[in-house]
Design a protein around this ligand. Structure first.
Ligand code: TXA
Ligand code: MG
Length: 308
């Protein structure tokens, strides 16, 4: 089969929860319906990403963006750069429908309107916000042509072919924090240009801070409760189980009673939040196998258990 799809076929795939790569002005994105947890998990599987980083959610216009995030006045002004290579990190709107695995369980969301006619057409035709990291296997270069996407994934990923990307550099990421603007990632839109248009300084996030790289910092995702891995609970503790498990006389969730890692990944963030909310001082976690999505699940759990 040809790996290149027209918009209608690509939109149909995305609505079914399948992946499709598409062009933006920066790099090609590996897109999935951001409201479909299984679809987003396929991004991690396909890229071979060993951890759940929060992903950028692509929308067709400001109106669509406003259904997903809160837009303080300053964010509204920054949206003048849309469509364009600017990603805004904003407070998530409660009940926005985005899958936990798209935002990695954070209460903020990174959004942008890409400046590419085919990307906009695709988002409108799919009628969904699209989570999309660069369309390359983890650890490889970001693709700027459809052919690079095809060869990178050895033909396993369908692509909308929009020719070469004009920028080749990923979008600039700005966090809007009340009246402050903080650059989390330098990218295709220069900080000086944002400052000139908005008339305000854009700060640089301190390197290695949780704010700069929420996916990377060891203890960032920590729940309030302590977390103990590869173990069973003791009296008074909460249990995050996996696979066939006896009942437990305390707060308990099972990531997947049948031992399905995809189901476990889908449940991970919400179940950690629920056990944390139970008020238990410690969450004991059953060992999770390292195959497939297990690597990203274990990475997340190790961060939750890291000393802080
Ligand atoms: O140019 C681009 O932005 C490309 C094209 C395809 O649009 N996309 C891209 O997506 O680079 P991705 O998902 O690889 O970028 C994710 C970046 C990571 O650095 C992540 O830490 C940051 O966005 N990010 C996502 N959500 C965040 C959040 N809630 N808070 C802070 N940073 C966030
Ligand atoms: Mg990338």
């Amino acid at each position: 089969m040809s790996a290149f799809l027209d918009i209608a076929a690509a939109a149909a795939l995305l609505r079914e929860g399948k992946l499709c790569a598409f062009p933006t002005e920066t790099v090609y994105g590996l897109g999935a319906d951001a409201t479909n947890a299984d679809a987003v998990l396929s991004i991690y599987e396909t890229k071979g990403r060993p951890r759940f980083n929060p992903l950028i959610v692509h929308v067709a216009d400001l109106e669509m963006a406003k259904t997903l995030a809160e837009f303080p006045p300053l964010a509204e002004r920054l949206a003048e750069f849309w469509p364009g290579p600017l990603t805004l990190v904003l407070p998530a709107r409660p009940g926005n429908g985005l899958a936990d695995v798209a935002t990695a369980g954070l209460d903020s969301v990174a959004i942008r309107v890409p400046n590419h006619p085919l990307a906009l057409e695709l988002i409108r035709a799919a009628g969904r916000p699209l989570a999309a990291p660069s369309a390359n296997p983890s650890g490889r270069l970001s693709p700027t042509t459809a052919e690079q996407v095809v060869s990178g994934f050895e033909g396993r990923v369908p692509v909308v072919n929009g020719g070469p990307c004009t920028s080749g550099l990923e979008s600039t990421i700005i966090r809007v924090d009340g009246n402050r603007l903080i650059q989390l990632r330098a990218g295709a839109l220069a900080r000086s240009e944002i400052e000139a248009v908005i008339g305000q300084t854009v700060e640089l996030a301190p390197k290695d801070s949780a704010i700069a790289a929420p996916g990377m910092l060891l203890s960032h995702y920590a729940p309030r409760a302590a977390v103990r891995l590869n173990t069973v609970p003791q009296a008074g503790e909460a249990w995050l189980a996996f696979g066939a498990s006896p009942s437990w006389d305390g707060p308990m969730r099972n990531l997947s009673p049948s031992g399905d890692l995809r189901e476990a990944a889908r449940n991970l963030f919400s179940m950690l939040h629920e056990l944390d909310a139970s008020g238990a001082s410690l969450i004991a976690v059953t060992p999770i196998p390292m195959d497939g999505l297990g690597e990203a699940i274990n990475d997340r759990l190790e961060r939750a258990a890291a000393p802080r």
